[in-house]
Design a protein around this ligand. Structure first.
Ligand SMILES: Cc1cc2nc3c(=O)[nH]c(=O)nc-3n(C[C@H](O)[C@H](O)[C@H](O)COP(=O)(O)OP(=O)(O)OC[C@H]3O[C@@H](n4cnc5c(N)ncnc54)[C@H](O)[C@@H]3O)c2cc1C
Length: 378
């Protein structure tokens, strides 16, 4: 029988970052179904850091993560966690009013945001279909993250603080036993004071196993393709390009052009694969925007973005089930929020106050802990 203070279920970015925060203070075990940590959604993201993404309840956690990505602790990583790529949101004539609204909203927290006319848009992305786009807004400071480095650094640092990561260790039974939790895995039984649910798309399954009320979390499948060859030039300094309605986005990768049709299909937790119609949809949307279909598809994958019913983060203790903590609903922003999200979650797990830098960002966006509480669903 093994024992710990905190048993974290899930070895993706949510579990690894929280293990990193809790490791110096307590005995922590992370259990992960797969043989590789980060195999599911964490390993399938588009790796972007965008200030505006996710809306006002997500922004405090994104903005409060900025400084960690920019200047991580000295021993955390020897290579940068991000680089500047810029993000250009573009609009057709019928979307101009949406772009205007987006500009008015985003300039409040992205002071360097620029409005571009059609000529300036086409200068940055010359292969857009002629006369298709009428304007854009450009954030020169939008970043691309090194997700692998971030996740691995969390794991490495957590291990150095004594955290155990058990892989091939799917939690299959969980119940209260003498005031503690008793968790069963193929690698052995674990007694834990607190269960931390960081199981991504499986989070409601873990809650059901613990006899907690589930929250109605919904995994939504999203597809990405990498177009290998294209008969137009992609400028070296091309920013990430977003349709203002998020119908499509694309960005440069070492191996080609990453294209995402921004699809969102309700799905069930599992090892999702891309559907042929979504791949076709990506190519179709890209052709509508550029007049050119991708010539070959070098890579394709799909992942699950799991949302709470209101699409806000869920961070906090369950009100009804003792010592059951939720850190779920990372949706499409679990990587770019991970530093602040895990700091906030660790503070709440340990019964401490909200860290000051997160408190300031929450206050600026009138976000409160109630917005993140699992109790908000009744
Ligand atoms: C196509 C796509 C693009 C995205 N782009 C971005 C982006 O640009 N920027 C951004 O910030 N975010 C992005 N995201 C979202 C981001 O990837 C997720 O929010 C994040 O990875 C979620 O992390 P997680 O740890 O909660 O989930 P996961 O990485 O899925 O980890 C959960 C883990 O729990 C484990 N588990 C489940 N049940 C059990 C059990 N019973 N026992 C043990 N282990 C269990 C699973 O095996 C899994 O490994 C994107 C996602 C997708 C799919």
């Amino acid at each position: 029988m093994h024992s710990c203070d905190y048993l974290i279920v899930g070895g993706g970015i949510a579990g690894a970052s929280l293990a990193y925060q809790l490791g110096p203070h307590a005995r922590v075990i992370v259990v992960e179904t797969e043989s590789v940590l980060g195999y599911h959604t964490t390993g399938r993201s588009a790796a972007m850091y965008l200030d505006f993404y996710g809306g006002p309840k997500v922004q405090p956690l994104t903005l409060a993560s900025h400084d960690f990505f920019q200047s991580p602790p000295a021993d955390f990583t020897d290579i940068p966690l991000w680089h500047e790529e810029g993000c250009l949101q573009v609009a057709r004539k019928d979307q101009q009013h949406k772009l205007d609204e987006a500009y008015q909203y985003q300039k409040g927290f992205t002071p360097h945001l620029q409005q571009l006319d059609a000529t300036a848009v086409y200068n940055r992305v010359p292969f857009l279909k002629p006369d298709h786009i009428v304007a854009g807004i450009f954030d020169p400071k939008a970043k691309v993250l090194d997700v692998h480095q971030l996740h691995q650094s969390y794991v490495k640092q957590a291990r150095s603080n004594g955290v155990q990561f058990w892989t091939d260790a799917q939690l299959f039974d969980l119940h209260r036993d003498g005031g503690q939790w008793l968790a069963e895995t193929p690698k052995g039984s674990i007694k834990a004071e607190v269960i931390i649910n960081a199981a991504g798309a499986w989070a409601d399954d873990i809650a059901a196993m613990a006899c907690c009320k589930t929250l109605g979390l919904q995994p939504k499948r999203r597809t990405i393709i990498i177009a290998g060859y294209y008969d137009f030039d992609v400028p070296d300094n091309m920013p990430i390009v977003f349709d203002v309605d998020e119908e499509i986005y694309f960005k440069r990768e070492a191996s080609g052009l990453l294209i995402c049709p921004a699809d969102e299909h309700d799905d069930v937790a599992g090892d999702v694969q891309p559907h042929v119609e979504d791949i076709a949809y990506a190519a179709h949307h890209f052709a509508q925007m550029t007049g050119t279909e991708p010539k070959t598809i070098k890579q394709k994958w799909a992942g699950l973005r799991t949302f709470a019913p209101d699409r806000h983060p869920v961070i906090g203790y369950d009100d009804y089930m003792p010592n059951f903590f939720w850190s779920v609903g990372q949706g499409g922003f679990g990587i770019q929020t991970a530093p602040a999200w895990s700091q906030l979650a660790a503070a709440l797990v340990m019964g401490q106050g909200v860290p000051e830098h997160i408190k300031a960002e929450m206050a600026a966006r009138t976000a409160t802990l109630d917005d993140y509480s699992p109790q908000r669903f009744g």
